[in-house]
Design a protein around this ligand. Structure first.
Ligand code: ZN
Length: 273
């Protein structure tokens, strides 16, 4: 939930750009990989930046979100380039009466045909989270962090308990920022209904989820940069884990007792350790 004064359209575009650049900097968005969307529920005027208007069918009905606005990256756009010219890479969608269709606002500078092919998952998770918490803001990032994704190819890390007890042991910040740990979805075809359904489910109880052999999705109801931070915390943990594997597993990591002490001190509720 964001308190007033609410960010303006340009502020949101800038933050999406900064998040995109940072994801590229940490090797989580090669080529045109990854996508970003935000949902905001206060009134804004899209036409200042997106004067072209058309109509689209939404991937699913969202009757509770009538009048709400989405900013979504375009298919095939590079996250690292959003910053240079946000309206070339981002579309704005306002949900129409009834919640089945939306007005698609785009710019004359638009360099994409359609919004990201993962918009079905983005919309489904926004919808699920907003209906549950009634937040006025929700941001989602899909990125492909190298080390985290690599670990998802190793069978023993495909077990959520094993994954979390091994990744959350390298820095005190990790459990503080990801107290529910990292969710895990077995491999699903990109953009599929199965991936969408699994995202809804896992992101109900986690702030970030790994898509096995593909990447990760993170959310935040505070800012899109906070969602990017969550990708970075998980990726940093995975870097430590990979480092430890390549060094013959000589690092001991924080012990469960040490992690429990950190949680007591910082009042973190967790049930992983
Ligand atoms: Zn992807």
């Amino acid at each position: 939930m964001i308190e007033a004064p609410y960010p303006e359209l340009d502020d949101l575009l800038k933050m999406m750009g900064e998040a995109g650049r940072h994801l590229a900097d940490i090797e989580a968005s090669e080529g045109a990989a990854g996508n970003i969307s935000v949902c905001l529920r206060w009134p804004i005027e899209p036409r200042t930046r997106f004067p072209l208007i058309s109509e689209i069918e939404l991937p699913q009905p969202v009757p509770e979100l009538v009048g709400d606005t989405f900013l979504v990256t375009g298919s095939g756009r590079r996250l690292r380039e959003i910053m240079d010219e946000p309206t070339a890479s981002i579309a704005c969608i306002v949900v129409n009466e009834g919640g089945l269709t939306g007005r698609l606002y785009t710019s004359h500078h638009r360099r994409f045909e359609r919004v990201t092919s993962e918009f079905n998952s983005h919309l489904a998770v926004h919808y699920d989270q907003i209906c549950a918490s009634n937040t006025n803001f929700h941001g989602i990032i899909h990125a492909q962090p190298l080390h985290l994704t690599y670990l998802s190819h190793i069978p023993r890390y495909q077990d959520e308990h094993y994954l979390n007890t091994h990744l959350l042991r390298w820095q005190p910040e990790t459990i503080i920022n990801l107290p529910e740990g990292i969710g895990f979805i077995p491999f699903q075809i990109p953009s599929s209904k199965e991936l969408m359904t699994a995202n809804i489910e896992s992101l109900r109880t986690h702030r970030i989820v790994i898509w096995a052999k593909h990447g990760a999705m993170a959310r935040s109801d505070v800012s899109v940069k906070r969602a990017a931070d969550r990708v970075e915390y998980a990726e940093t943990a995975a870097k430590y884990e990979n480092l430890n594997l390549s060094d013959g597993e000589i690092g001991e990591g924080l012990s469960p007792d040490e992690i429990r002490s950190i949680c007591r001190t910082f009042n973190v509720q967790q049930n992983i350790f």
